[in-house]
Write a protein that binds this ligand. Structure first.
Ligand SMILES: C[S@@+](CC[C@H](N)C(=O)[O-])C[C@H]1O[C@@H](n2cnc3c(N)ncnc32)[C@H](O)[C@@H]1O
Length: 208
């Protein structure tokens, strides 16, 4: 996967992404992920790879949201949702591996269905660690391998899923190695636990 292809494939998806992504298991998973952020009015939230803004309707009021995405087409759909949103939302075209923000400027970071999509998930997590303040809540909603080596069938299937813009064989532990973050909780969220909600914190964070 690379950014050029991601721009093309997500331009293709942008017209009907919402139909697929608004299935109720995903909606419930998003609600769970957002509840783990424990957002309060005034918090600055970064949504990495915000896509069409499917998380926006689930946010509590008064949060200052910055959503970044590589795809102008996906952001165009997200922009249409802003009128119905009770939070201030800024949409920015950017690469998740090179976030255009100063260090330690967000109170919460949401990574929904993005670590399985970005070409370099490790660089994305490094950037998230940089822009998150030390108390920041970082929540991931995604699908990962659980340490096992993927079967041949799964590797073959992955050729197809990568073509359509997502990798089914990524390993969260490998991505987190050396990032100064730990997994605080990991719970099944949708489709029999294929999708999980994972809460991450800076190693230095002293709060629960
Ligand atoms: C599966 S969609 C998820 C969208 C949204 N987070 C959601 O939960 O519905 C993946 C998104 O990642 C974006 N994307 C792909 N590569 C990216 C990159 N390098 N940096 C930022 N966004 C990227 C795509 O444009 C797409 O909007």
């Amino acid at each position: 996967m690379n950014n050029s292809w991601n721009r093309i494939i997500y331009r293709f998806w942008s017209s009907f992404y919402d139909v697929m992504i608004n299935l109720s298991p995903f909606q419930r998973a998003r609600q769970l992920a957002i509840s783990r952020l424990r957002l309060q009015a005034g918090h600055r939230l970064l949504i990495v790879g915000i896509g069409t803004g499917a998380d926006l309707p689930h946010l509590p009021p008064g949060v200052e949201v910055v959503g970044i995405d590589l795809s102008p087409a996906m952001l165009k759909v997200a922009a249409r949702k802003l009128l119905e949103c009770d939070s201030s939302v800024q949409l920015v075209i950017a690469d998740a591996a090179r976030l255009p923000f100063p260090s330690k400027c967000f109170d919460a970071v949401l990574l929904s269905l993005i670590l399985s999509v970005v070409p370099d998930a490790s660089a994305c997590l490094e950037e998230v660690t940089r822009v998150a303040n030390p108390d920041c809540r970082i929540v991931v909603l995604d699908k990962f391998l659980h340490g096992e080596t993927p079967s041949l069938l799964r590797r073959l299937l992955n050729v197809l899923t990568r073509f359509f813009g997502t990798d089914i064989n990524r390993n969260l532990e490998a991505m987190l190695a050396g990032k100064g973050m730990k997994v605080v909780s990991r719970v099944p969220a949708a489709f029999g636990g294929t999708y999980e909600v994972i809460e991450l914190r800076h190693d230095s964070c002293i709060h629960d």
